[in-house]
Design a protein around this ligand. Structure first.
Ligand code: NAP
Length: 274
């Protein structure tokens, strides 16, 4: 029995989930929520090691449609969207939950640590890959389809050690708006979810992660860390017809952390003393 609300909001809809690495991945929470509402899913993974982890997860939501895809490899991107077209003809939605920056880029001073190669690869994998997937995905997407990508507040504000990934997320959010404008006339909606910190493999790569979770918990309006189920619920809204007329948006799901100007003293003091 799924812990995600069941229903029929995604009945008859098919789509691609990019970015499940394991059961803690944000993309996996989204996939479970979409499946519980009737969606048919395909998944990308990167390499044999991840296939071993992703296949049983996919099977648990009734999918045998797995595609090996490194987003920096044009041939693999081509093959991924060709396989979707060959098997399904058209798709209705796309979830992009992919980001990467070298560990050496995510610790210490942004201005000193960021290398040309580190900058290029973070922007390529974390921002350009959405542009590329959106172009290829929209070519086989039914009019009225929807896309969602995952971003973080480090695009808007300085978060220690998030560094070049913040720059990549700013590019991703701007790309979301440009893609939304291009695809709007076809009724295709394109949005980003700005999630608060969640314990995943990607989050583990960021220096001072422990402090980030404690601080977010203490300083958010809800005084709690972000529940991936809330992110999955937002994705369901944005990818289903519930989200009609909503496009080009960056929707925060972070317990209200983004809108606090000054945190309450007591929880903050307690968290810093922990
Ligand atoms: P995750 O489980 O580690 O997922 C990241 C995914 O990106 C993995 O499946 C990873 O595959 C994939 N990826 C990296 N480089 C790739 C490449 N070249 N080609 C194809 N796939 C590649 O972590 P997550 O936290 O769920 O991250 C999903 C998205 O949410 C990311 O965009 C992240 O920035 C965003 N986000 C996360 C948080 C958070 O606190 N966790 C908050 C806000 C936004 P490999 O493992 O094979 O590299």
């Amino acid at each position: 029995m799924s812990e995600f609300p069941a229903g029929t909001l995604m009945d008859g809809k098919r789509g691609l989930i990019m970015g499940v690495a394991n059961k803690n991945s944000i993309a996996w929470a989204i996939a479970q929520q979409l499946a519980a509402q009737g969606a048919e899913l395909a998944f990308t993974f990167q390499g044999d090691k991840l296939e071993r982890r992703v296949r049983p997860l996919a099977e648990s939501v009734g999918s045998d449609f797995l595609l090996d895809c490194d987003v920096t490899d044009d041939d693999q991107m081509e093959a991924t969207f060709k396989a979707l077209e060959d098997r399904w003809g058209r798709i209705d939605f796309l979830v992009h939950a992919i980001a990467f920056a070298g560990k050496d880029q995510l610790d210490g001073s942004f201005v000193d640590q960021t290398t040309r190669d580190g900058f290029k690869s973070a922007l390529d994998i974390s921002a350009y890959s959405f542009v590329d997937a959106a172009r290829r995905g929209s070519a086989i997407m039914n009019d009225g389809g929807a896309m969602v990508t995952l971003t973080y507040l480090g695009s808007e504000r300085v978060v220690p050690n998030y560094n070049v990934m913040g720059v990549a997320k700013a590019a991703l959010e701007a790309s979301t708006r440009y893609i939304a404008a291009d695809l709007g006339p076809r009724g295709i909606r394109v949005n980003a979810i700005s999630a608060g910190p969640i314990k995943t493999l990607a989050a583990a790569g960021i220096g001072s992660g422990r402090h980030m979770f404690r601080f977010n918990k203490a300083a958010s309006a809800m005084q709690d860390n972000t529940d991936p189920k809330g992110v999955a619920g937002a994705a369901l809204y944005l990818l289903s017809d519930l989200g009609l007329s909503c496009t080009g948006e960056v929707h925060h799901v972070d317990g209200g952390f983004h809108m606090i100007g000054m945190p309450q003293e007591a929880p903050l003091r307690a968290s810093l003393e922990e």
